[in-house]
Design a protein around this ligand. Structure first.
Ligand SMILES: [Zn+2]
Length: 105
């Protein structure tokens, strides 16, 4: 069985984080394709670019928020704090970028 600390360390490894970056790049490429469709008078007449692109932008924002970013300082990556599931990381041992960002500001 893998320890929570090992899982947390894996989560914040650059190789794991790369999947988030790859997903964002793929979505950005999809947005470019949508713009091409929307501006093509022959095929884009019924395509609502703004709405579709907005959904893709939301997906990017979710990915930016959720990307594993740092070991949890409350439990030091164990997922346990005061003999209970860590309230900060919900037992995962790591925190997403969106939470880490709010802690620094
Ligand atoms: Zn924690």
């Amino acid at each position: 069985m893998t320890s929570t600390l090992a899982t947390a360390t894996h989560a914040i490894d650059p190789k794991s984080q790369a999947k988030y970056r790859q997903a964002i790049v793929a979505i950005q490429k999809a947005k470019e394709l949508l713009a091409e469709i929307a501006t093509d008078n022959e095929i884009g007449a019924f395509f609502h670019y703004t709405e579709a692109a907005g959904h893709l932008q939301q997906a990017i924002e979710h990915l930016v928020y959720a990307k594993p970013s740092a070991l949890c300082r409350t439990c030091q990556g164990d997922g346990i704090h005061n003999n209970m599931t860590c309230f900060q990381c919900k037992g995962h041992g790591w925190l997403p970028a969106g939470v880490v960002k709010t802690q620094k500001s």
